[in-house]
Design a protein around this ligand. Structure first.
Ligand SMILES: Cc1cc2nc3c(=O)[nH]c(=O)nc-3n(C[C@H](O)[C@H](O)[C@H](O)COP(=O)(O)OP(=O)(O)OC[C@H]3O[C@@H](n4cnc5c(N)ncnc54)[C@H](O)[C@@H]3O)c2cc1C
Length: 138
């Protein structure tokens, strides 16, 4: 089966156009909260973003929602931590390694007031199982 996204429609780095990403791994943080680490399926380098920005994540055939980018802006991984509250977050919560989703962004203004430190702290907590309760599940 072909990609759900028409790559011919992508003409440049326009944040309004969705790109297909693949799930690298999924981490269970709490009973209703999870983190997905994703990468572009076309091999592009990790999306450039700044602290405080968010992406629109599209669960194919379900819907698209805003989720903050939860990663080190200087790093190579792109992660989103999400709480399951409804239709789309529930669908995203079922994603596992190798599954694909659509991503548009980044959007939002840069969070200047100490934003970098907070974002990095979150990322470091996610990457250190000894200091968090979550577990990478796929
Ligand atoms: C800029 C921005 C950044 C965001 N970043 C994050 C993020 O990093 N992580 C994250 O988990 N969420 C984040 N959100 C919230 C996220 O977009 C919503 O939780 C999501 O749209 C819910 O979609 P759904 O289809 O799962 O729920 P829906 O089916 O639309 O809603 C189902 C039910 O849940 C209620 N509901 C919706 N959202 C919430 C909520 N947040 N808390 C409690 N009840 C809710 C609704 O009122 C409704 O009753 C962000 C929102 C914005 C605008």
């Amino acid at each position: 089966m072909g990609s759900p996204i028409d790559e011919n429609a992508v003409t440049g780095p326009n944040p309004m156009l969705p790109k297909e990403f693949r799930v690298r791994r999924v981490r269970r943080e709490t009973a209703d909260t999870f983190t997905v680490e994703i990468e572009a399926t076309n091999g592009d380098q990790t999306q450039t973003f700044a602290p405080g920005q968010f992406n629109m994540l599209y669960a194919f055939g379900v819907g698209e929602i805003a989720i903050s980018i939860c990663a080190d802006p200087q790093g190579k991984s792109l992660m989103h931590t999400t709480r399951v509250v409804g239709t789309v977050t529930k669908a995203l919560g079922k994603l596992r390694t190798g599954d694909t989703l659509g991503v548009r962004g980044p959007f939002g203004t840069i969070w200047n007031a100490g934003g970098t430190g907070a974002c990095k702290s979150t990322s470091q907590w996610i990457e250190r199982p000894a200091h968090g309760s979550g577990t990478w599940v796929s």
